[in-house]
Design a protein. Sequence first.
Lengths: 307, 315
Amino acid sequence: MRFTIYQESRTGRRRSNQDRIAHCYSREALLMLVADGMGGHLHGELAAQIAAQHLTQAFQREAQPRLPDPGLFLSRVLASAHHAILDDALDRMLPEAPRTTLVACVVQDGAAFWAHAGDSRLYLLRRGRIVTHTRDHSRTQLLIDQGLLDAEDAANHPGRNRLYSCLGGNHAPQIEHSPRTPLRDGDIVALCSDGVWGPVSDDCLLGNLTAAPLSQGVPRLLEEAERRAGATADNLSMVAMCWHDEDNAGPASAESISTHTMELDDFTTRLDMSSMGPGPTKDLDEDEIERAIREINETIRKFDQKR
Amino acid sequence: MPSQANCALPQGFQLDQYRIERQLSLGGFSIVYLAFDAHDTPVAIKEYLPNSLALRKEGQTEPQVSDEHRLAFRYGMKCFFEEGRALAKLMHPNVVRVLNFFRANGTVYMVMQFERGRTLHEYIQKHRGEVKEMLIRSVFARMLNGLREVHAHKLLHLDIKPANIYLRNDGTPVLLDFGAARQTLLSDQPVLKPMYTPGYAAPEQYDKRELLGPWSDIYSVGASLHACVTGSAPPRADERVKTDTLQPVAKTQAGRYDPQLLELIDWCLQLDPLARPQSVYTVQKALIHRHGGADRPENWFADLGNRLKSFIGRS
C-alpha cells in the first residue's frame, strides 16, 4: 500500500476537545477514524476515547497483517465499541452512558469500506469532485430527505445537532455501512467531525484538500472552518488520506508512506488525545477537579443541613 | 507491572485541617487514615493513591506520577470522585457518611465519619463457626436498610463483603467502601482493575457486566451470610460457573441454624441472577420473619440494638 495521510484536531472555541481521531496501519490494511464525543451529555470525551481506543486495539489484534473481512470487522467492532462504552458507564456508576459519533474506514486490497453512526462524515474525493459523503444520522438530514428542508436552511436549523444514532447512550446505534469501494490513484478519503464540515461549503472543502498536499490542505481547511464559525467554533478534527497506486511511477513524494517494507506483524498507530496533553488544556482538567470537589462538598453540606 | 508499596503519611502530619494519627488500612487504590480535626473529633480519611500509578517514597509528601501514568491517574481520580458523589447523596444510619472532600499533595482526600467498632470480618475471624443466628439476622436486616437506600439512588455497591460491613460498638452495622468496580479506560496502562473480592463477587461481575443489578449485590450478601455460618466465603463464582463445588448450606449446616435462614443463603447464592431474590426487601423480609415460627413480638426488632450490643460487647 502506498498513501499519504495527515490528521489534525483542534479545540476551536470550546473549553475542551471531545473529538478523538486515529489512524493505524499494518503492511496490508489501514484504519482511520473520527469520534466526536457528545458535549451535551456527560463525559462525551470518555465515549469518544473508548470508541477510538477500542477500534484501534481490535484492528491491531486482527489485522495480522490483513483483516479476514473488513466489512464484517467494522460491523462487529462498532457494535462492541458501543457496549464497551455502556460497560464503562456501569463501572463508573454513571447515571447515563456517555455518547459519541463515530466514522471509521478500513482500506485493504485497494478498496475502502466505511461505517458510521451520527454526523461525523466521510468524504470521497476523486478528480476534483466529491464523489460521495456519508449521510448524517440527524433530524435535519431526515427533514432534507423528506423534502421538508433544503441544505441552506439545514445549516441554521435548531435541530441540527439532534442525532438519532450514536455509540453509547440509551439506544442501540443504527450503523450505516458502505459497499466495498475500490480506490483509484489520487483518490482522497477524508473523515471529519461536524466542526469542520458545518461552517464550510463543499467547494471550500474540496478546494483546500485538492489544491495542496494534505499536510498543508488540512490545516488550511481547519483554519478556514474555525474562522467562519467564529466565537462558536466547535472542536474541529480531520483524518485525510490520499491513495497512490503502488505501481504508479508518479512523482516520489517525501510524505507518502509505503507499507511495502513493513514487517508482517508491525503496526504504526497515531491516536490523538490533544485535550489531555500538557499545556493550556491541563488547566481545564484542573478546573474539572476543582468543580468536582466543590460539587461533592455542596452535596455534603446540603444533606448535612437536613440532618 | 509490579506495584510498589506506598508510604503512608507520618503520624502528626498536618493534612489540611486534619492531623494524621495513624494508618487504618492500605488498599491497592487508597490508604485510609485515622485523623483528628480541629475540634479533636476523630475522622477516617481516605487518600486516593493507586499503587500501580503513583509512588510515594519514604519521607516524601507528594506522590510521584510519571508522565506515562498521568492520564490513568486522572481517570482513576474521576472514579474516586464518583464514589464521593455517590456517598455524598446518601444519608443513612447504615451507610458511612462523607464529611468533606479536599485536594492536597497532588491528590485528593475523602473525609468520612470515624466509627468505633470492628468489621464483621474481624468478628467472624474471632467467632469462627460460632456466629449466633440472632446476630446474623439482626446485623444483616439492618445493613440491608442501608443497601436499600443505595439501590434507591440507582447505585450498586458491588463490593459487599464482611470486611466492608462495620459493626459499631453500639451494635449497628455500617456499610463501607463504595469504591468498587472501577477501571481506567486505557487498557494498555497499568489498569486499576475492578476491585471485587473473589468469593464475594457475583458471577456476572466477572464477565457479563450487562447483567449487573441489585441481584448482584444480593449474591454478595449471600456470600457474606455464608461466611458467617461456615467461617469462610463460598468458592469464587467464576470457578463455580465452570465446576460448582459449593455445597448448599441447607445440607452442610443442617441443625446448626434455622433451615429457613440456610435456605435463604442458598437462594442468594444461585449462579443464575434471575434465580436469586430480586430485591433487597425480599431478603430483609426473610431475615426478619422466620418461616413457620411464630411471628415475633412487635418490639422485637426495636429491641435488637440492645441485644446486639450485649453480643458484640462480649468479645
